[in-house]
Design a protein around this ligand. Structure first.
Ligand code: ZN
Length: 273
């Protein structure tokens, strides 16, 4: 895979400022960028947008909204307000899509969490549509089901999208979260045939992780059948960029130019035609 076919999530190179991300990705020939809210917190979004426009990078998504669940109505209303702000930031940056990590509240059942997510997403969709922003539900590996997301599979994401039934609500498929699922092919085809396969994130699953959040592997460092999933996603008609999203204390401690170069060389090797 050529770097022009990749987008990089700014959290992948967490030590870099948004300015460094834009300049260094563009210089390396990367195709696009997904911006984490943390990376642009406290910055002038209009200035960032101008920098992005001048960079030639494709603007892919803002990461992330969601966290709809809560044990009180006030908590859920506050979450909706945070999401409205994220959607406004997304529009201000000229990004077309907000990635949603849907949330889960410890002590609530999966069904209760799902219902609150459905209601929150349904309430948010018209607001996002007014600004032309797509909402991409990202299923998370079930190890995060207690407190990060009650949407653990592509099937659950598809069912959620069916329940909300809005043309700007779709799915972000992240190989880290869904590679293990025996229903992955069937549910990815279901998603794409409904016009809902909005985004595609790549990294790798290291067989021995020292942290379930912050020790993701670069493509080629782990066990995910990356080429097979890429073939599946492309055969479904997905034409977007493959977004490299890696949280790794190990790689953040390295020189970030070396980190980016290694991502590029690994992707060339792993996805070689
Ligand atoms: Zn992701």
């Amino acid at each position: 895979m050529d770097p022009s076919e990749l987008a990089i999530h700014t959290f992948t190179t967490k030590p870099w400022s948004i300015t460094e991300c834009i300049e260094n990705y563009a210089r390396a020939g990367i195709g696009g960028i997904s911006i984490w809210r943390e990376t642009v917190a406290g910055t002038d979004l209009r200035a960032v947008r101008h920098h992005l426009d001048d960079s030639g990078l494709r603007k892919v998504s803002l990461v992330r909204g969601g966290f709809f669940t809560g044990s009180t109505a006030a908590a859920r209303a506050a979450a909706l307000e945070t999401n409205r702000q994220a959607i406004q930031d997304c529009a201000a940056l000229g990004l077309p899509m907000l990635v949603m990590v849907c949330g889960a509240t410890p002590g609530m059942s999966p069904a209760e969490n799902f219902a609150q997510i459905r209601d929150g997403l349904g309430a948010l969709a018209p607001f996002a549509a007014d600004l032309g922003i797509k909402l991409a539900v990202e299923p998370l590996h079930p190890m995060y089901a207690a407190d990060r997301s009650a949407i653990p599979t592509m099937k659950a994401a598809n069912d959620l999208c069916d329940a909300v039934n809005h043309p700007l609500v779709g799915v972000a498929l992240d190989v880290f979260h869904v590679w293990w699922d025996l229903d992955l092919e069937e549910q990815t085809r279901r998603c794409a045939s409904a016009g809902r396969l909005f985004a595609y994130h790549i990294c790798d699953w290291k067989q021995s992780m020292d942290d379930f959040l912050l020790d993701r592997g670069l493509p080629g460092e782990g066990v995910i059948p990356l080429r097979a999933i890429d073939t599946l996603v492309r055969s479904c008609g997905f034409t977007g960029l493959a977004e490299v999203e890696i949280f790794s204390r190990k790689w953040w401690s390295e020189n970030q130019h070396h980190h980016l170069d290694t991502i590029i060389s690994n992707c060339r090797r792993v996805y070689a035609p």
